[in-house]
Design a protein around this ligand. Structure first.
Ligand code: UD1
Length: 416
């Protein structure tokens, strides 16, 4: 496995381009199971999770192939089984459940296990699909679902689950009658999925609000669809500009989806301005700490929490980070402490005393965004940081060093 060797201390300057969104691509690619015609997706990031999704789609009867940054999918004879070997490497595989039930009336999807950031059950997905007429049983570690035809239902989620909203949105497009999803997730990726489905002939309104209405249609056709840019990758680059006291123009930055992140950066003293060609994030001579509480969209995203914590470690003053979405999303804390950070954990809150000079060290993390926070810390640290197990990083960032080096970072990918 490779590791990244980072020599920190250089302000990042120049332009950096954001790739297509991983978290929008995953459900949108999975939605091809619903279609009766070929479909083309543009702006798809070449990431490990996307390759896994393409492989899964192939097994499910929808061969998917990359050409440049486009993926071509040709739905043909569907097969209802998503095997454990793939599901265990990517939890989002469970997003094939709704589409398979809608198209085939059956699905056999390996039950996703726990993951590094918590238990992450799928009970909300299953109980909502049950309201639409599906029945489930657990067989040898597989969720086995069956239905005659899904029928529209009124569903109120106990929590605005992103994956649950996406699974139900897909299932309801081909159901009989109208489905109403209340307390639905409002994430931009959910909107992108709904927009894609509408481009294929679905009848959906209310995406982006907490009440989504879906009127079932007979069939969905193919289309040519461009996936939205990745707001978390963009946010990570924003923090890279801030933590290195730099000045970056972030191209194809989904500004509207980043309000909470941009506001926090401004609170910390950065200039964040939309200009022709992108969003410019510029250090203005000082960096003040802040407080963060993660919330469902439009609140501060849990997927940016670790990166902001790295920034708060070097900012002046004291700040608190409260994680309300996942129960175990602080794996980066001990690694940051190894680099000289002063962070204390009390339950789901981290207390960060800033103003520390970080020093390079060998570090590793067992989740995607935690790994990104260590890369950011490495960019700000004195000396060399060795980020190990970058397997996780590669799940969510398209060769991050090839994007950061042209703007001044000193990062090398070397065999561990
Ligand atoms: C998605 C994102 C992930 C992001 C998260 C929250 C993808 C592929 N992943 O994950 O990057 O961090 O949204 O913004 O888009 N829960 C239940 N029961 C359920 C479903 C969820 O208890 O049936 C809990 C989870 O354990 C978690 C919380 O709800 O604690 C949020 O989960 P959810 O919004 O579903 O996130 P994901 O779709 O898994």
């Amino acid at each position: 496995m490779d590791k990244l060797v980072i020599k920190g201390g250089t302000p990042l300057e120049g332009s950096i381009r954001v790739s297509g969104s991983k978290n929008a691509s995953l459900p949108i690619l999975m939605a091809s199971i619903l279609l009766e015609e070929p479909v083309i997706f543009r702006n798809v990031p070449r990431l490990r999770d996307i390759y896994t999704t393409n492989k899964l789609l192939g097994i499910l009867g929808c061969p998917a192939e990359f050409e440049g940054d486009s993926v071509y999918v040709k739905p043909c004879d569907l097969n209802p089984e998503a095997p454990y070997d793939l599901v265990k490497t990517m939890r989002a595989s469970v997003l094939c459940l709704g589409p398979l039930l809608a198209r085939l009336g059956e699905a056999r999807v390996a039950y996703p296990g726990g993951c590094a950031i918590g238990a992450r059950p799928v009970d909300l997905h299953l109980s909502a699909l049950e309201k639409m007429g599906a029945e489930f049983e657990l067989d040898s570690g597989y969720i086995v679902g069956r239905c005659k035809q899904l029928t529209g239902a009124h569903i109120r989620f106990d929590f605005p689950t992103v994956g649950g909203t996406e699974n139900l949105l897909m299932a309801a497009t081909l159901a009989k009658g109208e489905t109403v999803l209340e307390n639905a997730a409002r994430e931009p990726e959910v909107i992108d999925l709904a927009n894609f489905l509408c481009a294929c002939g679905a009848d959906i309104t209310g995406q982006g609000t907490d009440v989504i209405r879906i009127r079932g249609v007979e069939r969905l056709h193919g289309c040519d669809y461009r996936i939205m840019p990745d707001r978390i990758e963009a946010g990570t680059f924003m923090v890279a500009a801030a933590i290195t006291k730099g000045n970056l123009l972030i191209e194809d930055c989904p500004d509207d989806a980043l309000d909470a992140v941009s506001q926090k950066l401004r609170d910390m003293g950065l200039s964040v301005v939309s200009e022709e060609g992108g969003t410019r994030v510029k250090y203005q001579g000082h960096l003040e700490s802040t407080d963060i509480v993660t919330h469902p969209y439009p609140g501060f995203p849990t997927d940016m929490q670790a990166q902001f914590m790295a920034l708060m470690c070097v900012a002046d003053g004291f700040g608190m980070v409260e994680e309300t979405i996942f129960e175990n999303r602080f794996m980066h804390v001990l690694e940051l402490v190894r680099m000289g950070a002063d962070v204390r954990l009390v339950g789901r809150t981290a207390r960060v005393r800033g103003g520390r000079a970080l020093r390079g060290a060998p570090v590793m993390a067992s989740d995607l965004r935690a790994s990104a926070s260590l890369v950011l810390a490495g960019l700000a640290a004195e000396g060399e940081t060795h980020v190990q197990r970058i397997y996780h990083l590669d799940r969510g960032y398209e060769r991050i060093e090839e994007k950061l080096c042209p703007v001044g970072a000193d990062i090398q990918r070397v065999p561990e």
